[in-house]
Design a protein around this ligand. Structure first.
Ligand SMILES: Nc1ncnc2c1ncn2[C@@H]1O[C@H](COP(=O)(O)OP(=O)(O)OP(=O)(O)O)[C@@H](O)[C@H]1O
Ligand SMILES: [Mg+2]
Length: 182
């Protein structure tokens, strides 16, 4: 219910984007930590690939990007199989920071792929009834990224898994701030 309200408010343009400079690596670590329990329950292993020596500051709406990462990683756990894996990776390339979330779960049939970002769209309504989603997560993800002039990409193979990715601008870090990014 909350999700639908959020989405409606975003679509009507009422929701403001509050841009701030923050460490995307720290944000991802936080999201992963929060979802670790959920993953353990499903015997899914989350790996986080990131270059320790690099800075990953971006300028974006931190709270909303948190939501994006939460939705993507939570899907990767939910639509995985017992003993599955989720690979979250963060890379810097030119002036962009690239985030990808890869799972080796059930995958998404090609004919559904272009529709999963629509509100309430769920692949095989009955297949994941126990998971109990409403089909709003990816619609919210898409909307938030569009608000950042970015977009979500997906590729998937049934039986092999899915890969979702997006990028955000790399932010200039003023001297001093870097020391905080340990
Ligand atoms: N990583 C994934 N692997 C396989 N299928 C996926 C994956 N991510 C999303 N899907 C499919 O896309 C549909 C839409 O995803 P979305 O996150 O929008 O909704 P949801 O997870 O069902 O519900 P909600 O996120 O609102 O709790 C899902 O129901 C699922 O069928
Ligand atoms: Mg979801």
């Amino acid at each position: 219910m909350q999700d639908l309200l959020t989405l409606n408010r975003m679509e009507s343009g009422v929701v403001k984007f509050n841009l701030e400079v923050f460490d995307l690596r720290a944000l991802l670590a936080e999201v992963i930590e929060e979802l670790e329990q959920k993953a353990e329950k499903r015997d899914v292993l989350i790996r986080f690939y990131v270059d320790k020596n690099q800075s990953f500051f971006t300028k974006a709406d931190r709270e909303k990007i948190f939501r994006v990462c939460q939705n993507l990683i939570s899907n990767a756990i939910k639509y995985n199989h017992e003993g599955g894996e989720v690979e979250v990776s963060l890379k810097a390339q030119k002036n962009r920071l690239h985030v990808s979330v890869k799972d080796n779960g059930k995958g998404i049939p090609a004919e559904d792929l272009k529709r999963i970002f629509e509100r309430f769209y769920r692949v095989e309504k009955s297949r994941n009834r126990e998971a109990g989603g409403t089909g709003l997560g990816l619609a919210i993800v898409k909307h938030i990224l569009e608000g950042h002039k970015s977009k979500i990409s997906v590729s998937s193979t049934v039986g092999k898994g899915s890969l979702f990715s997006f990028s955000l601008p790399a932010a200039e870090v003023k001297s001093g701030a870097k020391a905080l990014s340990l």
